[in-house]
Design a protein around this ligand. Structure first.
Ligand code: PLP
Length: 411
């Protein structure tokens, strides 16, 4: 069956919860063992002291290690991603920082695409160097050979441990080739030190791009965005192969940054409508981009649907994106003043950061989500005063267009 058919039932047995059709919220810190022998066995498996038997189940121990609401959610998200294992976190940044802590050691090199989410950028450039980790960036215009050459020239090729990328990039919808990242990782991997590839897939959600199929070792999400989808929770997730995820899970256990049972329960609610929400959002975005593309007060529209077929960016899109998504940025004619006038005139669309939720949201990247990015780099990436970023929701598209239209008229 398709994932959307399984989101209401997979991994949950009503008979274990008084027949409740929905999983209750398991608000409990600890779980009662039937016998001391059982408790001993659970700990042996949880701590990796021995292999799990074929018919043996890892029982519940303590909610920092496992909890039914988190486990059901993790199993269901694996279905969308085609992943072997998943860990849910209390935020997207918790998932991302846990991967950094687990796969980087002092003196290691982190190779990272640019631009990335502001919080990730800050953590990589301002926090990790305090622990002796070195950072090198690459951009969309660099070929595989150029990236390999850049790493070799730095003299740090033996230190490379992790390649981290975010595609499509926020807010420009620039695309990075995931399989190219894997080829670079393979080039620098040695028998005793594998270089891993991690992809932040937040912009595409688990429906529109499957990084694991293109060679990624780890997929990361801010589940606050499309997965949560209702602007009512902060959460994150990491998915991948069982052996790699074991390391992520162990780090999560000791950092203690797992999501709460209540968050897990809300995420389960959200997964039931993930596909219909995302389908509607991308269909709406297509109509809205079509409208913006021809508006006299709009200078440029940054939308995956606008990538030219035979351009390098168009080829990456054809290879790895299953949809044009529902994120649109556009430049109004003028500058910050005109962009602010537009934002202040919106009625239906809310002026707020975040994305991927049921309601449409608009914001100003240069002074909001990306205000911390170096001004020269911002200019180079086209994140200027005239740019507005739109996250398209599930409202009727004609109403969204009417709101955009009246707000553009106010400029
Ligand atoms: C929001 C976001 C994050 C951070 O997630 P939180 O849930 O806010 O911690 C990371 N990456 C991308 C692309 C995001 O949009």
């Amino acid at each position: 069956m398709k994932p959307e058919s399984l989101m209401m039932s997979y991994g949950y047995k009503p008979e274990l919860s008084e027949g409740a059709v929905k999983s209750p919220i398991f608000m409990t810190s600890t779980f009662v063992f039937k016998t001391a022998e059982e408790g001993k066995a659970f700990f042996e498996i949880a701590y990796g002291h021995r292999e799990q038997g074929k018919t043996e189940e890892l029982g519940l121990i303590y909610s920092r290690i496992n909890n039914p609401n988190l486990e059901i959610f993790e199993n269901r998200l694996c279905l969308w991603e085609g992943a072997e294992d998943c860990c849910v976190f209390e935020s997207g940044m918790a998932a991302i920082s846990t991967v950094f802590w687990e796969f980087l050691r002092p003196d290691d090199l982190l190779l990272m695409s640019s631009p990335v989410y502001g919080g990730t950028d800050h953590f990589a450039k301002k926090v990790l160097p305090q622990f002796g980790i070195q950072i090198m960036e690459f951009g969309i215009h660099q070929s595989k050979e150029e990236i390999i050459e850049m790493v070799k020239k730095s003299g740090l090729e033996n230190k490379l441990a992790l390649i981290y990328t975010e595609t499509p990039a926020n807010p420009t919808n620039d695309l990075i080739d995931i399989s190219l990242c894997k080829e670079v990782a393979k080039h620098f991997s040695k028998p005793d030190k594998e270089v891993f590839v991690a992809v932040d897939n937040t912009y595409m959600g688990p429906l529109w791009q499957h990084p694991l199929e293109h060679g990624a070792d780890l997929v990361l999400y801010s589940a606050t965005k499309y997965i949560g989808g209702h602007s009512d929770i902060i959460a994150g997730a990491c998915l991948g192969k069982k052996n790699i995820m074991q390391r992520v899970r162990a780090m999560r256990t000791f950092l203690g940054n797992m999501a709460s049972p209540h968050t897990g329960w809300l995420l389960l609610r959200s997964l039931e409508t993930l596909k219909i929400r995302m389908d509607t959002q991308s269909a709406n975005a297509d109509k809205i981009a079509g409208y913006l593309n021809h508006h006299p007060k709009v200078e440029k529209v940054y939308y995956l649907g606008n990538k030219e077929h035979n351009s390098p960016q168009g080829r990456i899109k054809a290879k790895q994106c299953l949809s044009n998504g529902a994120m649109i940025s556009f430049d109004v004619k003028g500058g910050e003043k005109e962009a602010f006038h537009f934002l202040n005139s919106l009625r239906l669309i809310k002026l707020a950061v975040s994305l991927g939720s049921t309601e449409s949201l608009a914001e100003h990247p240069a002074t909001m989500t990306h205000c911390d990015v170096d001004p020269a780099e911002r200019q180079r990436l086209s994140i200027t005063g005239k740019m507005v970023r739109l996250s398209v929701g599930v409202e009727n598209y004609e109403d969204i267009i009417a709101d955009i239209s009246q707000a553009l008229d106010k400029i």
